[in-house]
Write a protein that binds this ligand. Sequence first.
Ligand SMILES: [Zn+2]
Length: 304
Amino acid sequence: MKKTGRVVVASLIALLMVLGGIVGGVAYYRHAAQPVVHERVARVRTKANSSTSRQASSQPKPRKNVVQAAVTSDRIPLSKWQKQSTPVQLPILMYHDIGQGNTLMMPADQLKNQLTWLKQAGYYELTPAEAYTVLSENKVPQAKIVWITFDDGYRSMYTTGLPMFKATNSRVTINEISGSVGSNWNLTAEMIKTMQQNNVDFASHTVSHLELNKLPNARQQMELTNSRQTLAQITGTAPNTIAYPVGRYNAATLQYAKAAGYQMGLTTTPGLAAASQGMYALYRVRVNPGQTQAGFLNLVQHGY
Ligand SMILES: [Zn+2]
């Protein structure tokens, strides 16, 4: 805030204190405190916009978790989540590329249908942080929940996926191979940043996409640790999840994943995820092309 601004504000406070007494002063404080919150939110939403006001830029810089709170404003607040009496079973959907050619590629029209069906059926799509809360605290924001993940970080996530996710208001997580960022088939760092600003979450899929159970321990550690650091540098947020390439892992992987700072590890073992599987060995639900609406919703509900 400019000096003259401070003088004006100080004068106003003094004037109000004199005219309205203590009550008036408190009322002013309450009123004045509000815009700061709005500015913080606005500043995050228009991060790329250089016309951010001088006043806003003089506010304390938002911490990382404040940024997170602002871009996740469509979230159901934790205070409204319900503790469950039986262990939660969470469908973690597994997709790869968008397009046509093989079972790892989901045609765009089919993916759009599936995302729409989830909405119509009343599913709430979790962020990685929310998924961790679900599994670690056995709490849910509502009855129907799902976590949508895409492995590998294909370029199609940006060209076809992002517009679709925005159009359907879908919340998805991309498991990114940090060593492939910027290659011709993968996302660039700028694309990742843009997607993150549009409510797409990122998790790690290691540095090199090698099968972890076949690697020497030191290499495993490097794959888990370095990918998390690289993604943190790009997105500003260290991912809380590692998806093992080809779903392969061994006992050492589970230890190293935890030591690297992850809270969850995703496999390709088919089924609904549950805390009883171990937080570093969670099952996922593979979605193949050619689903009917009934078949797809059945798959999400039961995991097979
Ligand atoms: Zn993969």
